[in-house]
Design a protein. Structure first.
Length: 213
């Protein structure tokens, strides 16, 4: 008699995760027009802590028999990291320390994961702040986390769906960005994914056309 076990379907849940965090300041009261008028009506942040302390973060955990995927709705909706369960290795770098520094358009930015950028050229204004999110179990058994929000200067709306299916050792992202206004807006979008830098790290880029950054 040959027996076997079928794969279980993916799961999705919300949990709190404690991470060492180097926080940033309260909003700068000086209007951002004095720094970069393209970003109005956003405000900026100017202070950064040099001392870290434990802080709880809301985390969405998506899991099937092969991988785990983590999403941070309070930090721009980024994919915090992803793990291959067969060997315990990260295939999307999961930074266990949230160290915010003055890099993004509004200031604070922290490394790791997959970051979603829409709107003004640069690390998006929402990269370190909470975004809208919702989770869903789909009719086909897959699970999804939706993250998104409004880009205030352009009044455009962006959404990213992060999808995990049964029996797959990868996850998908589907992005939607639309302009509900009658005004013409600039179209700029980029995603950045992080990998832990080691001596044997190899990056494979199929194609022959590239943009410099």
């Amino acid at each position: 008699m040959i027996t076997g076990c079928s794969e279980s379907g993916p799961t999705i849940k919300e949990e709190n995760r404690t991470l060492k965090t180097y926080p940033f300041s309260e909003p700068n009261p000086i209007p951002i027009l004095s720094k970069d008028k393209r970003l109005y009506p956003y405000h900026s942040f100017v202070g950064y802590s040099h001392e870290g302390s434990p802080q709880e973060w809301k985390m969405i955990k998506m899991e099937n028999d092969h991988i785990e995927v983590y999403v941070l709705p309070e930090v721009g909706g980024k994919v915090w990291g992803a793990i291959d369960k067969s060997n315990g290795e990260e295939f999307i770098y999961r930074n266990e320390v949230m160290k915010f520094r003055n890099i993004s358009l509004r200031g604070p930015w922290t490394s790791g994961g997959i970051e979603f950028n829409f709107g003004v050229i640069g690390h998006t204004p929402a990269t370190a702040t909470p975004v809208d999110y919702i989770t869903r179990t789909n009719p086909n058994g897959s699970v999804s986390t939706f993250v998104g929000g409004m880009d205030l200067p352009s009044r455009t709306h962006w959404r990213v769906e992060i999808i995990l299916e049964k029996g797959r050792s990868n996850f998908q992202t589907k992005a939607m960005w639309y302009n509900p206004t009658p005004s013409v807006q600039a179209y700029y979008n980029w995603m950045t994914a992080a990998a832990f830098a080691q001596d044997d790290l190899e990056m494979v880029f199929p194609g022959n056309q590239y943009l410099k950054h």
